[in-house]
Design a protein around this ligand. Structure first.
Ligand code: BES
Ligand code: ZN
Ligand code: ZN
Length: 491
């Protein structure tokens, strides 16, 4: 699919137009003609052949002023894309000026949002089908039109950024959607090396031997039960001044989580192939940060292991030593994400970064708290909260702050080791998990932890641009936006 901006749009006979219910009441001739069939309510679509100058128009209902946003624009475009695809047409124009409201005035942001949505809506997880799902004709050309000449530059800029961020998100989705037998720690490492080829990204991979000499006790411990060796993947991007401290993006890369000896119940265990969505988000974001040539130094860190039960696996009661020498008592081998993140966060701190952000499908508890609607964020740093919320506002990826306080951190103390991987109190499982992670981050380094167990996959009922039973690619765009905010800070 090719997305362009209006030049030869006169050749394209199909047009998508967004209309709200109050606009429908204004009774222009065009709207009058269809008002008995189309009210302009959210998500409603109506296809009108030969509307004017033999152009076919698809009307798509959106909300009025106050409730509209760039994220609503993304969702509306996804609805339009799906509805229009049924007509098996090769090309279509999208009148992006019809998506402009008081809250969506900026043409660059609007065109970025529209472009992202088109790419995200087009993505299908069909690599494992022996035959293409439908031999239907697909949309080949989409033309963004409706902007005046003075706005064309902004539209073009938004389009080129949206192509990069949308593709990066689809890359993360693709990697995350591979099932466990196609995605192991070593394959994930190879994938990182592959995407870095011919770019400014430098990728270093630590194998089992190196993990041992580097004392990555958590990553080795979690992978001990698996025939697949663990890996630690370091992706380096130097876009800023040589002396500038990097920001670190860390992603949980458990390529399959059976729970280990504390085996998970069988029901929906297949979903644990998505336990590396944090890693996929880091990988995707790094590719975009490089393509956008952001003037900032970024380190992407991915601890990766497969959590399996076997005679070699770690057992409840075992004690592991993390890279920062803290000892961790394993009371439940299913709380494995925090064990591999312990090593990665310790390593991150050694790099003396400006800030650390990690994303992990860490706890089932976050789904109880926030459903698949919001990612949870945990940090004690108010400045980071503001950076994060601004980024989230821009990308439309919903994030809610949850508490990280001393009491939750204390719940993770162990009687025999330094920390335990299971809380001594009831409830608050996502907060206590964050309390555990805090032991591996130096106090003076700003750090935020994102729990994406609810938002990393199966979000299609909430977000029209996500595919069913597939990874959402959440946090790729927010990570990019966070990196971009550091670029601004260092200006
Ligand atoms: N990968 C899971 C968390 C998870 C659960 C992700 C559901 C996506 C959907 C994690 O490793 C885990 O099993 N966590 C345990 C921790 C508990 C044993 C303290 C959990 O949440 O039950
Ligand atoms: Zn687990
Ligand atoms: Zn897990």
């Amino acid at each position: 699919m090719k997305i362009t901006i209006a030049k030869q749009d006169s050749k394209i006979k199909n047009c998508i137009l967004f209309v709200s219910s109050s606009q429908m009441k204004q009774n222009t001739t065009q709207e009058k003609a269809i008002k008995d069939f189309f009210k302009g309510s959210w998500g409603e679509t109506f296809f009108l052949p030969n509307a004017k100058s033999s152009e076919n128009i698809m009307f798509v209902g959106i909300e009025d002023e106050a409730q509209f946003s760039y994220e609503k624009a993304r969702r509306a475009v996804a609805i339009a894309f799906k509805a229009f695809a049924k007509y098996e047409q090769e090309s279509v124009k999208i009148d992006i000026s019809s998506l402009q409201r008081k809250t969506t005035k900026d043409y660059e942001q609007l065109s970025q949002a529209v472009t992202e949505s088109l790419l995200l809506s087009e993505y299908q997880c069909d690599e494992f089908k022996s035959k293409p799902k439908n031999a239907k004709k697909t949309i080949k050309t989409i033309c963004l039109c409706g902007a005046s000449d003075s706005n064309k530059k902004a539209v073009q800029k938004g389009l080129s950024i949206g192509l990069i961020t949308g593709q990066a998100t689809n890359l993360a989705r693709k990697v995350a959607n591979y099932p466990g037998n196609y995605m192991t720690p070593s394959i994930l490492a190879k994938e990182a090396q592959k995407v870095a080829q011919g770019t400014k990204l430098k990728v270093t991979v630590w194998d089992k031997k190196k993990l041992t000499s580097e004392k990555m006790g958590g990553i080795l411990g979690v992978g001990a039960g698996s025939a697949e060796e663990s890996r630690f993947i370091i992706m380096e991007y130097k876009g800023g001044p040589k002396t500038q401290k990097p920001i670190c993006l860390v992603g949980k890369g458990v390529t399959f989580d059976t729970g280990g000896i504390s085996l998970k119940p069988g029901h929906t265990m297949d979903e644990m192939k998505f336990d590396m969505c944090g890693a996929a988000a880091v990988l995707g974001a790094m590719t975009a940060i490089e393509k956008l040539k952001l003037k900032v130094n970024v380190l992407g860190l991915i601890p990766s292991a497969e959590n399996m039960p076997s005679s070699k696996a770690i057992k409840p009661g075992d004690i592991l030593t993390a890279r920062n020498k803290k000892t961790m008592e394993i009371l439940n081998t299913d709380a494995e994400g925090r064990l591999i993140l312990a090593d990665a966060l310790s390593y991150a701190c050694e790099q003396k970064p400006q800030a650390i952000f990690d994303a992990a499908t860490l706890t089932g508890a976050i789904i109880s708290a926030l459903s698949n609607l919001f990612s949870g964020v945990f940090t004690r740093n108010e400045k980071l909260v503001s950076t994060i919320m601004k980024a989230s506002e821009k990308t439309g990826e919903k994030i809610w702050r949850l508490p990280l306080v001393d009491e939750f951190a204390n719940d993770m103390r162990s009687t025999i080791a330094d920390v335990s991987n299971l809380s001594s109190s009831r409830g608050g499982g996502s907060s206590t998990a964050a309390g555990f992670l805090e032991n591996f981050v130096e106090k003076n380094i700003p750090w935020a932890h994102f729990d994406i167990a609810g938002t990393a996959y199966n979000t299609h009922q909430r977000l029209e641009y996500c595919a069913p039973r597939a990874a959402s690619g959440v946090m790729v765009r927010t990570f990019i936006e966070i990196a971009r905010s550091y670029e601004q800070k260092s200006k």
